[in-house]
Every structure is written in C-alpha cells, then in structure tokens.
Design a protein around this ligand. Structure first.
Ligand code: SAM
Length: 249
C-alpha cells in the first residue's frame, strides 16, 4: 500500500524521464538497456497467454501484443496504468490491465503460459516466496517465469551512481528492508526488500521451477545513461541487474 501512493506520485516524472528510453512498445529488462529482442527469455509468445506483474505503462506488454501474444498487465499504481492507456490510445491498441497488487494474484489456477516482470513487483513485495508460489499456481504445466530485479549484490553498496556507490557498506546477508518514512505523517512511504541470489534460487526450486538461465547484463561500451543508482561508473565493475529465467518442471 505504501508503494502504491509512492508510484502514483512518481508516475508522471517516471514516464517523462524514462518513457522514451523504454519505448512505447519496447521490452527493456533493465537500465543497462538489454532488451527481450536480444535475450529471448520468454521464448516465442505467439498465441500465448502472458501475465506481466508490475506492468507500469505496459511497454513490455505492448511488445508482447506486437509479437502475437495475449498479454494482461497488473500494477498497483492507477497513475502508471493511466499512462499505459494514454500510450495505447496513441498507437490504437489496447493492453488489458488490472489495478492489483502482486501480493495475491487475482487469477484462477493454470491461466497463463508465461509470467514475467521487468523490475516490477518482485523486490517490492514482503513475501517473495509466496509470490513465486502464486506464479506457479497461475502458470500452466511447462509455463515460463522470467523476472528482472536489482542484482542482489547491489544491496551491499549505497544507491549512488558515483564513486561512493562502489564502496561496500552493508552486509549482503542483511535482509532488513529499505524503508522510507514520511517526516510529517510518520507513515511508511516506500519499501524495498532484499533477497540473496540463493534466496531466489531456493524460492524457485521449492515451488517446482527449473532455473534455465540467470542473466547478468554487462554495461554496454556505448551506453552512457545514468538511471538512479545505475551508471557507467558502477556498471563496468559490478552487475546492476539480474534476470532470472525459469520454467515449471
Ligand atoms: C520500475 S517500474 C517497472 C515497470 C516497467 N517494466 C517499466 O520499466 O517501466 C515498477 C512497477 O511496479 C509496480 N509495482 C510496485 N509494487 C507492486 C506490487 N506490489 N504489485 C504490482 N505492481 C507493483 C509499480 O507501480 C511500477 O509501475
């Protein structure tokens, strides 16, 4: 709930800052600029029922639509979804979306062939193993699950794109969430959760997934874009994004 208010407030700035880089029907896995056209993490989506968790303005789902899939997006932020509708109208397409949290997927069992999330909700939900179990529930036998998150090793460093972001200052194994509290109301404004690589692999394995790939995109030589804590300074030395690709066994 805290993140809903935060994303509603941030959505306009997010889309005006990053919208062009994302592309209206682009599928970006992370700030390094690696795209689904290059990774192929979802496989051929033609004729597939595809769920995007934390779809934002639906750029990735629009890519799925353009590649012959049947996408559905969920997002916790109404403002992000409104931006999606604006982009839909500009391109005369319609990505079906739901205002819903990933903490309890509002779908029946065996509904999708593919579930994915590109920096969507995985690191924002308190109970990630429960979400992974829920994804397994809504996937059909043999279905794919792919998601990108901040690379877990980044947790050790300050979220600073400069030199300060290169000095480890916190334990990799400290799972205490990052929490921002409003100075005036005292209410929680933003929460982000950390799990180690082992935590993610364990959550997938315990819920019947086979991990088929773990991509750690390198910083491209011609890429100069700074996005939050992601920058060339850090990107050439440490991985900033992890893309997990898995399949129901
Ligand atoms: C960094 S954006 C990523 C979206 C898209 N892939 C992009 O690159 O713009 C994260 C999105 O996840 C959504 N989100 C955060 N927590 C969520 C939750 N618990 N359930 C569903 N969506 C959530 C936010 O509202 C936001 O639109």
């Amino acid at each position: 709930m805290a993140n809903r208010a935060d994303w509603d407030a941030y959505a306009d700035e997010y889309q005006s800052t990053h919208g062009e880089f994302l592309g209206d029907a682009g599928f970006l896995w992370g700030p390094e600029g690696v795209r689904e056209d290059d990774l192929g993490a979802l496989g051929d989506v033609t004729g597939q029922d595809v769920l995007e968790i934390g779809c934002g303005a639906g750029q990735c789902s629009r890519w799925v639509l353009g590649h012959g899939g049947r996408p559905v997006g969920i997002d916790v932020s109404m403002r992000q979804l409104q931006h999606g509708r604006r982009i839909d109208e500009q391109h005369d397409v319609r990505v079906p979306v739901l205002l819903a949290s990933a903490a309890g997927l509002p779908f029946a069992d065996d509904t999708f062939d593919v579930v994915f999330s590109a920096f969507g909700a995985l690191q924002f939900v308190a109970d990630a193993p429960a979400l992974v179990a829920d994804v397994a529930r809504v996937l059909r036998p043999g279905g794919r699950f792919a998601f990108s998150i901040t690379h877990p090793t980044r947790w050790m460093f300050p979220d600073d794109p400069g030199e300060e972001g290169l000095v480890a200052s916190q334990s990799y194994w400290d799972r205490t969430p990052y929490v921002e509290v409003d100075d005036v109301t005292g209410q929680t404004r933003y929460v982000e959760h950390h799990r180690t690589l082992g935590d993610w692999v364990g959550a997938l394995a315990r819920n019947g997934f086979v991990l088929t790939d773990l991509h750690e995109p390198e910083w491209p030589s011609d890429h100069e874009r700074t996005w939050g804590g992601w920058s060339r300074v850090r990107g050439v030395l440490t991985p900033g994004t992890a893309v997990f690709v898995s399949r129901v066994a």
